[in-house]
Design a protein around this ligand. Structure first.
Ligand code: T46
Length: 137
C-alpha cells in the first residue's frame, strides 16, 4: 500500500516558520476534532487498532515518530519528521505509532468526534471486518 502524504503550505521567514492546515482544503475532510500525543517514551508503541469510518491526518509537529500502516494485505511504514508533512489515514487501516523521539508532538486531525464504537482494537477482528467488507478474501 502506498501511504498518502500531504505537504502543507508554509510561510517561512527570518521570524520562523508558519504552517497552515485548512479543513476540506488542505485535507479532504472537515475537521471535527483535534488531539495531540506527547510524552511517549522512546521505546513505547501506541495505536494497535483500526477505524471503521474515521479519517485522520497525522502530523508530527515537533520531533519525529514512525507509523506502521497495515491494510490487511500489505504493511508500510512512514516517518513523520516535519510539521509540513501530514499522513492521511483513510479506510480501515491498522496503525501503530512508535520510535517517538524525546519531546515529540504528534498532532492528529480527525473527521469526526470520538466514538469508541468506531475502533477495532483486536487484529483478528480487523481481518474479519475486512473479509466481511469484501476488501480481502
Ligand atoms: C488513532 C491514533 C493515531 C478519548 O477519550 N478521546 C479521544 O478523542 C481519543 C483520541 C482518545 N480518547 C481516550 C481513549 C483511551 O482511553 O484516550 C485513551 C487513549 O486512546 P488510545 O489508546 O486510542 O490512543 P492511541 O494513541 O493508541 O490512538 C490514538 C487515537 O485513539 C486513534 O484514533 O488513530 O491515536
Amino acid at each position: 500500500m502506498k501511504p498518502i502524504e500531504i505537504e502543507f503550505p508554509e510561510h517561512s521567514s527570518e521570524y520562523g516558520v508558519l504552517n497552515i492546515i485548512e479543513g476540506s482544503r488542505d485535507i479532504p475532510f472537515s475537521i471535527q476534532r483535534v488531539y495531540y500525543i506527547t510524552g511517549v517514551p522512546t521505546d513505547m508503541r501506541r495505536g494497535f487498532h483500526a477505524h471503521k469510518t474515521l479519517q485522520q491526518v497525522l502530523v508530527c509537529v515537533h520531533g519525529s515518530c514512525e507509523v506502521l500502516l497495515d491494510d490487511g494485505k500489505e504493511k508500510t511504514t512512514v516517518l513523520l519528521n516535519s510539521p509540513q508533512k501530514g499522513l492521511l489515514v483513510q479506510g480501515c487501516i491498522w496503525r501503530e505509532m512508535y520510535h517517538f523521539t524525546e519531546g515529540a508532538v504528534l498532532l492528529v486531525l480527525a473527521s469526526d468526534f470520538y466514538n469508541e464504537e468506531d475502533y477495532i482494537r483486536n487484529y483478528d477482528d480487523f481481518i474479519n471486518f475486512l473479509k466481511k467488507e469484501g476488501t480481502i478474501v
